[in-house]
Design a protein around this ligand. Structure first.
Ligand code: GLN
Length: 195
């Protein structure tokens, strides 16, 4: 099983480590052609506007949207969640725009307000150490979207079929339970694509 991490900007190395820690093969994706051989894709945290500029500069948007249409799982963390959302609170147009959620950016304060909280996450478990860094949150979810985690009354982890999105940075802790959950999604999807 091969899982890519979009490697244009942001917390790439940490995700590669987390993927390998749960026994899958990780690939840093810098070119659109590299998407073809993958079973799943992680969009890391960082700065969504910078990532969007780089996606456009390297002409990766059509290939990313095609990847989504193929039904393969995608996991967006923080800025990655912003890239996946089909509605953004402060922009007219979404970026990749495939996950049925509305996202608001920087909704927990500025950089100095970064913090960690222990969360209960549905299907994953209790006491997950969630690191929030200028984090977005999910304001609204569309039909069929499963809310998996909340903090302070705000949705911070959700699943829309093949798409998993979270506000915080699971890759910055040693706790690999969310990555295990994603790898399981990839396994299931691979099985159904082969079936
Ligand atoms: N605030 C950033 C953005 O809007 C996201 C922060 C992060 O990924 N840690 O893209």
């Amino acid at each position: 099983m091969k899982i890519g991490v979009l490697a244009l900007q942001g917390a790439v190395r940490e995700h590669i480590k987390a993927i390998e820690a749960v026994g899958a093969k990780a690939i840093a994706v810098k070119h659109k052609e590299e998407l073809n051989s993958l079973d799943g894709l992680v969009l890391p945290g960082g700065e969504s506007t910078t990532m969007r500029k780089l996606i456009d500069r390297y002409d990766m948007m059509p290939a990313l949207r095609l990847f989504a249409t193929s039904g393969k799982p995608m996991f967006g963390t923080c800025a990655g969640l912003i890239l996946l959302a089909n509605k953004l609170n402060d922009y007219d147009d979404p970026h990749i725009g495939v996950m049925n959620v509305e996202v608001k950016r920087n909704s927990f304060g500025r950089q100095v307000d970064s913090f960690e909280a222990l969360l209960y996450l549905k299907g994953i478990g209790a006491d997950f150490p969630a690191v929030f860094i200028r984090a977005p949150h999910i304001v609204n979810v569309g039909e069929g979207v499963d809310v998996l985690g909340e903090y302070d009354g705000r949705i911070v982890l959700a699943r829309d079929g093949q798409f998993l999105g979270c506000s915080f940075h699971p890759e910055l802790t040693e706790d690999t339970r969310i990555m295990e959950y994603f790898v399981h999604m990839v396994k299931e999807s691979k099985r159904s694509i082969l079936a």
